[in-house]
Design a protein around this ligand. Structure first.
Ligand code: CTP
Length: 419
């Protein structure tokens, strides 16, 4: 494992002589377990061929903004976001000027403007161009915008001059990529403005959605309870996204430290049995999303008074299994929502467990995620999920929980329309 293992890099190749070094960069990145998807400017294709880039990256090369084939396979907005990091190499004076000024008149500049990921630029240009006040102004603007830089280095230049302007060496760029990947997001969006997934708005108008969220608390005695680390962030985000898509949403929430989402009917519950009752009361619905981390067990009996320490050692907790809310609803013959979605929180063999749970619980979609403490997903703001259905597995990049919610809602709206 390296810091680059499994990372997705979108490499924007600008038109400069240093473009040849990106071939080596691609090899180095792939050797370290990263995948590279390349977009080239028209000028870049004069220096290296898309065929060489495609051969080394093992993926198709994106060149044209208005390519019907490209758009059908993957829209340019999706392309700009389906990466962990965007790298511009060589970052020419022209590309930097476009990005600094928000121009988007070809695929490369459009990707750079549309991305929600960090951008790392490896500039390369003639030293006069580099030192020109216009380029230096653009650099200041870009730094203020959060763009990261590696290089340029001093040295002999292809044009016969000596000075700053040589692109950083591939291994220097690899090191810069590894440290840039530790920075989480790109230019933050203003509060209240989201990266709205295309086609979601109004997509669930007239539909009813029930969502469970958060943990449940199962009392041990009047002061103690069994719980888990669920924050409710993902479930609440799904309820909010469904409401924003026009649905009538009932959110059944366990104990969480989150405000009730706007435009959503929220019912607060403590235990798994209360949650099941509340779900039943909220049905019928077109879609049921079971995001809650329901406690699997509860005390067989809880007394009215606090369990006291005794000399006889620790008390034995006599536990019984809680009802499985998801399985109960999904296995119903009458009044089953058209789409039932579960979440599989796993710490190992994520996909295999999720596939089994899909069948065992009888749901249509199992959203699988790895909740090992090292992922920071439980309680964190991002989620890395796999959509597991009987047709296969769709793995999504790491996204904000709000964006996961919007994309999931968009997908559910499409599935519902196709019913
Ligand atoms: N779930 C539920 N009721 C339960 C337990 C789980 O509705 N009593 C739902 C969760 O909301 C989630 C899915 O089932 O959508 C999977 O939950 P998870 O905790 O991953 O699975 P468990 O069935 O509890 O299995 P295990 O703990 O053994 O992994």
């Amino acid at each position: 494992m390296t810091p680059l293992s499994g990372k997705r890099i979108l490499l924007v190749i600008g038109g400069g002589i240093a473009a040849y070094k990106t071939l080596d960069l691609i090899r180095r990145l792939r050797e370290r377990g990263a995948s590279v998807r390349a977009a080239m400017t028209k000028a870049a294709t004069e220096f290296v061929t898309p065929l060489s880039v495609a051969s080394l990256s093992g993926d198709k090369v994106y060149e044209a903004l208005f390519s019907l084939t490209d758009e059908a396979e993957m829209g340019h907005i999706e392309l700009s976001r389906d990466a962990d990091l965007v790298v511009i190499a060589p970052a020419t004076a022209d590309l930097l000027a476009k990005l600094a000024n928000g121009l988007a008149n070809d695929l490369a500049s459009t990707l750079l403007l549309a991305t929600d990921k960090k951008v790392l630029a490896a500039p390369a240009m003639n030293l006069r161009m580099w030192l020109h006040p216009a380029t230096q102004r653009n650099l200041t603007t870009l730094r203020n915008d959060g763009v990261l830089f590696v290089g340029p280095n001093d040295g002999d230049m292809a044009c016969g001059e000596y000075g700053p302007g040589r692109m950083a060496e591939p291994m220097e760029i690899v090191a810069a990529i590894a440290s840039a990947l530790e920075c989480r997001t790109a230019i933050p969006l203003p509060p209240g403005i989201g990266a709205w997934s295309a086609g979601t708005n109004g997509a669930l108008a007239g539909k009813r959605v029930v969502v469970t969220s958060g943990p449940t608390h199962e009392p041990i005695d009047p002061v103690r309870y069994i719980a888990n680390r669920s924050s409710g962030k993902q479930g609440h985000a799904i309820a909010r996204a469904a409401a924003e898509a026009g649905a009538d949403v009932a959110l059944i929430s366990g104990p969480v430290n989150l405000p009730d989402p706007a435009g959503v009917r929220t019912k607060h519950v403590e235990t798994a049995r209360d949650m099941l009752d509340a779900v039943d009361a909220a049905l019928p619905a077109d879609i049921f999303v079971a995001t809650a981390a329901v406690a699997d067990w509860r005390m067989a009996q809880t007394g009215a008074s606090k369990i006291k320490k005794s000399n006889g050692g620790a008390p034995r907790l006599n536990l019984v299994e809680n009802p499985d809310i998801l399985a109960t609803i999904a296995h119903r013959n009458h009044g089953r929502p058209k789409i039932v979605v579960g979440f599989a929180a796993e710490t190992n063999d994520v996909l295999a467990h999720a596939r089994k749970k899909l069948d065992a619980k009888g749901c249509d979609i199992m959203v699988a995620n790895d909740v090992s403490p090292s992922t920071g997903i439980m309680g964190g703001d991002t989620n890395t999920i796999h959509i597991v259905t009987r047709d296969g597995i769709d793995s999504w990049p790491t996204l904000d929980k709000d964006e996961v919610a919007r994309r999931l809602v968009a997908r559910l709206a499409r599935d519902l329309a196709a019913e």
